[in-house]
Design a protein around this ligand. Structure first.
Ligand code: SPV
Ligand code: MG
Length: 541
């Protein structure tokens, strides 16, 4: 587990804001994006407003947004934000039992607290025909609060009781009376709402309240009141209830109108957030970092295919094409190889060409041309592609046709160099000249994951020493590329190097380090097109 992932209690954080000796403020958010922006501004909490959540959903603030819909939005916020939410729970979505379900679900979703108001369902926003709205009977609302407090599964979960007494035109005494009853019922704080243009009405309430419980206010209409005034009056928490949504509305209208009128975004670019900022807000860097940590590393492999030679004894079949272009079941051998490599996530594929290069041009590959292929052979071809030999690289002869699982197995090896060896010893009867391989252990008879290492490799290895045949495919990773290049250079420096092949290089690496070249055993599942007989059989692979 990542220690940074341990979640702190949101309800505790919200409680601390309410109980802090100084006035605190929280700001509205209606989705995870606006919540992230509020959090980045250093604000300590979020107000999930019924007005703005329903507006963002295309609905009226009239209890039209369902409990399920709103819980989904809250979850997208708590999944990301580290600051607590005080959720505007309207009238509690029904009677006491609905409110209990709401509280349980909010606790499960790590919402810090809920505020419910003493109106009747379906309620209307406090600023819309406010005088015509009915207040809930005090006893019924107090019972709802008690029910919510009894239902909470998080001990610090906050229930704020909001009285709309002043909104519907009642006086301070009526508001105090209601607030008192709600605190007796268990409310952790009181929200006193007012639609006046000054703070005076709430101030009056505060002077008579006498600090019986923390008080929250919503200065949407008395917005120019300074924080000091709230602090002096004893307000615990100020809610800026709709400002993020309202900021967005104006900005979006400007952009929509400009594009609608002018049919161009040319003049807008400086006024809107760059796409880079969108990526930052959704933590695209975190995704890229995660890919490095968690994605299958095979996808970063590259490949070099050695396909320069014409092939011996294939004159008719290679009159106007190199060996790797001979069709196998109707598809050129090299195309089959590229398909398998791409299916295993290898994107960067280099092909070394020699004989008839123009006839060997599969799409999407990089080409290295070895004009001296007849004189310098396989080693010369590999040296041609030296710049592509780095990191994780598969090296294969272009005339090998193999089943995909063989490449898959090769890619999962962690060794610096890995070779695929056919341990079936079929070469003993086949009369072909092959790269015989001596290994630290014989092929397993049952399931066995023990590691085998190359001990020696040569065409003329005595029969008793040979455990199998190299199929013409290897992979380097980590220091493997360097080890291979070191031996390649040493051998290329020898006068007879034109007669030597990769077998000599691999043998040299194994002699220097018995744990450098790992052997991956297979049994059949591959073929190389080295004789007409092979060509005839290759349709079976
Ligand atoms: C909200 O933001 O939804 C509120 C506050 O309940 S008010 O809109 O002022 O009623
Ligand atoms: Mg509301």
């Amino acid at each position: 587990m990542n220690e940074n992932n341990i979640l702190q209690s949101n309800s505790k954080k919200l409680r601390e804001l309410l109980e802090s000796p100084r006035v605190e403020q929280i700001l509205e958010a209606h989705n995870s994006l606006s919540a992230t922006i509020v959090e980045e501004a250093g604000i300590s909490g979020l107000w999930a407003s019924s007005l703005t959540l329903s507006c963002a959903a295309g609905l009226r603030d009239n209890s039209e947004l369902t409990m399920t819909e709103v819980l989904d939005v809250l979850e997208t916020i708590t999944a990301r934000a580290e600051i607590p939410i005080l959720f505007d729970g309207d009238t509690g979505y029904g009677q006491f039992s609905h409110f209990q379900q709401l509280v349980r679900k909010l606790c499960l979703r790590r919402v810090g607290g809920v505020c419910i108001e003493d109106k009747v369902f379906p309620k209307t926003n406090s600023f819309l025909r406010s005088e015509g709205q009915d207040l809930a009977p005090v006893e019924e609302f107090a019972g709802k609060i008690r029910a919510g407090k009894d239902a909470q599964t998080d001990p610090d979960f906050v229930v704020v009781a909001r009285t709309e007494a002043l909104i519907v035109g009642l006086d301070t005494a009526a508001a105090i009376d209601r607030a008192e009853r709600y605190v007796e019922a268990g409310a952790d704080a009181i929200l006193i709402h007012s639609k006046e243009r000054t703070f005076a009405q709430v101030q009056d309430f505060m002077s008579k309240w006498g600090g019986r419980a923390p008080v929250v206010c919503v200065p949407t209409t008395y917005y120019s009141t300074p924080m000091e005034a709230f602090d002096q009056a004893g307000i615990s928490l100020v809610i800026w209830a709709n400002h993020m949504l309202r900021a967005g509305i104006g900005a979006m209208q400007n952009v929509a109108n400009e594009i609608g009128e002018k049919g161009t975004a040319r003049d807008l670019e400086d006024a809107i957030a760059p796409v880079k900022e969108v990526f930052r807000l959704q933590d695209a860097d975190g995704l890229l970092a995660g890919e490095k940590t968690y994605l299958h590393q095979g996808s970063s492999s590259s490949a070099i295919v050695l396909a320069a030679s014409r092939g011996k004894g294939l004159d008719e079949l290679t009159r106007d094409r190199p060996k790797a272009m001979i069709p196998v079941s109707g598809t050129p051998a090299i195309e089959k190889m590229l398909q398998s490599m791409r299916a295993e996530g290898i994107k960067d594929i280099s092909i070394v060409r020699g004989y008839q290069p123009e006839a060997l041009a599969p799409k999407g590959a990089t080409f290295f041309d070895n004009a001296d292929w007849e004189a310098n052979g396989e080693l010369g071809s590999l040296a041609c592609a030296r710049e592509a030999l780095k990191g994780e690289t598969v090296i294969a002869y272009g005339d090998v046709v193999f089943k995909r699982y063989i490449l898959h197995q090769l890619l999962s090896s962690e060794a610096p160099i890995s070779l695929v060896v056919d341990g079936s010893r079929s070469f003993l009867e086949s009369n072909r000249s092959v790269d015989r391989v001596k290994v630290s252990g014989p092929p397993a008879t049952g399931y066995d994951e023990s590691e085998n290492w190359l001990e020696a490799m040569a065409e003329d290895l005595p029969e008793a020493d040979a455990h199998g045949e190299w199929i013409g495919m290897l992979r380097v990773r980590g220091e493997g590329a360097e080890l291979l290049l070191e031996s390649l250079d040493a051998i290329l420096a020898r006068p007879e190097s034109g007669q030597l092949d990769l077998c000599a290089v691999l043998n040299d690496v194994a002699q220097k380090d018995p744990r450098a070249v790992r052997v991956i055993y297979v049994e059949g599942g591959w073929i190389d097109i080295n004789s007409l007989a092979d060509v005839a059989r290759s349709g079976d692979v």
